[in-house]
Design a protein around this ligand. Structure first.
Ligand code: UDX
Length: 456
């Protein structure tokens, strides 16, 4: 398993180290290790390292646990708490540390900076060529101006000679990150020089074999921008369809779900990412749109369109409470159910989840809130503490309430019938924030308002 046969040639598998054991780092590590590469992950956090060494992921991601257990058990994946050994014992290092938002929206590069210093120290001792691959999402020029600069200054070595650098953004979605790692739409390689790009391309050629996706090779700053442009474009689709949804609500009989279907059939538009709802959330889209706005302004470009994407998203979430007030009037002391807390189905992640804003908005209006989510209840307890009640099932959540708001489109909620709401609620008022119910069927017995439905 330690070499590939590619076009008749035996190519030894490169040994890989990965700095950062967050969502991207660990999924990438497990992906390579699952195909027989020797992988060393490295984290500064001893508690995280202890879990990974036992094959336990420090966070939830579908299919990650099984795969991590297997590759740790088979000896393909190790976890260390310092960088040097990881770098000295491998040929390629992926940098996957976090790049969170600063209060003004611009990105915080402290972890990239710190890892560059640590890598530089290890490079001083390295004799063989080493390739550094920046997978973290960083604004254009970070790799060239900050990362390469620190590496050269502090290792005494030259990029393009003793070591190489590529920017290689990832496009993993939470909930399907393992699938996305093994079957990406494309691979973007932003290379400092040809040798760097060739080294990374050859790694991926071996890894994907006959399933190799399209590879786009470019310079580092273009690769960095591709990641932001990609996420901003996705966010734009969501804000666009939410704008059309708001318009539909003012046109009796109009339905955004059918509008989305209609425009999605145009090949130039495409059907994906046109589900209207209460806005986009999660750890990437909101952060990346904000960072792109800040970067544009810093670069002297007024980002009118990107600003609008964010503004539409900022206010969209308030529709949930507006709808609720339309159905039940003043919310003071009223018992309201919130179905769904995770920022999307298939995860327990509540970072930038619309549910947090919906719940806070309801509480500010004096409502008594009961919440339920199939996976995110523990996370929710850290956020809301005893300010809300926690239900143990969807039916338990809606019991005796006067209104129910669907915030996340879990299948469990999709499967509820109109009769379930009629039987369990004190008054069957439903706000469908994710368009999961058939209005015609529901309206026979339930008072239903829904995002993008033109007749409430
Ligand atoms: C996203 C990108 O898809 C991924 O390529 C990138 O690497 C990280 O960011 P993720 O955050 O996992 O992935 O979530 P995604 O599935 O893209 O959804 C983001 C948000 O948009 C969610 O809150 C989701 O509910 C919302 N969304 C998505 C909509 O409201 N409507 C849609 O049609 C699609």
């Amino acid at each position: 398993m330690h070499a590939w046969l590619v076009e008749g040639k035996i190519i030894p598998k490169k040994r890989i180290s990965i700095i950062g054991t967050g969502f991207v780092g660990l999924c990438t590590a497990v992906g390579f290790a699952s195909k027989g590469y020797d992988v060393i992950t490295s984290t500064n956090d001893p508690e995280k390292a202890a879990l990974i060494k036992r094959g336990i992921p420090p966070f939830y991601e579908s299919k990650l646990k099984e795969l991590l257990q297997r590759v740790v058990g088979d000896g393909y994946l190790r976890c260390l708490t310092e960088r040097e050994e990881a770098i000295l014992n491998t040929e390629i290092t992926f940098v996957t540390v976090g790049t969170p938002s600063q209060p003004n929206g611009s990105i915080d590069l402290q972890f990239i900076e710190k890892s560059a210093y640590e890598i530089a120290e290890a490079l001083q001792k390295k004799i063989a060529y080493h390739l550094l691959v920046v997978k973290s999402t960083v604004i254009p020029n970070t790799t060239e101006k900050m990362f390469r600069h620190i590496l050269e200054e502090h290792s005494g070595k030259r990029c393009g000679q003793e070591f190489g650098i590529c920017v290689n953004p990832e496009f993993l979605r939470e909930g399907s990150a393992i699938h996305d790692t093994l079957h990406p739409d494309r691979i973007i390689i932003g290379e400092y020089d040809k040798r760097s790009g060739d080294t990374l391309e050859s790694l991926y050629r071996g890894f994907y074999g006959p399933d190799l996706p399209t590879i786009l090779r470019t310079n580092p700053q273009t690769a960095e921008l591709i990641k932001y442009a990609n996420n901003a474009f996705l966010a734009m689709k969501v804000s666009f369809i939410n704008s059309i949804a708001n318009l539909c609500e003012r046109i009796p009989g109009a339905d955004v779900a059918t509008v989305a279907k209609g425009i999605g059939l145009d090949e130039r538009v495409g059907p994906l990412f046109l589900r209207a709802g209460l806005g986009y959330g999660g750890s990437c889209l909101p952060k990346d749109v904000k960072a792109l706005i800040a970067f544009s302004r810093d670069s002297g470009y007024e980002p009118t369109l990107i600003d609008a994407i964010e503004e539409v998203n900022r206010v969209q979430v308030y529709r949930a409470v507006e709808f609720t007030e339309k159905l039940v009037g003043d919310l003071k002391e009223k018992q309201i159910a919130v179905l769904g807390l995770a920022f999307k189905p298939g995860t327990d992640d509540m970072r930038e989840a619309t549910s947090t804003k919906v719940v806070n908005d309801l509480l500010n209006k004096g409502a008594k809130v009961v919440v339920y989510d199939p996976m995110a209840i523990d996370k929710a307890k850290e956020i809301f503490d005893d300010r809300v009640s926690y239900a143990s099932s969807a039916l338990d959540c809606i019991r005796n309430t006067v209104c129910c708001i669907v915030v996340t489109e879990w299948d469990e909620f999709r499967n509820l019938s109109a009769e379930d709401f009629v039987e369990h609620m004190k008054e069957p008022n439903v706000v469908d924030g994710r368009r999961i119910y058939d209005p015609e069927k529901f309206r026979r017995s339930v008072r239903l308002v829904a995002v993008g439905l033109g007749d409430y």
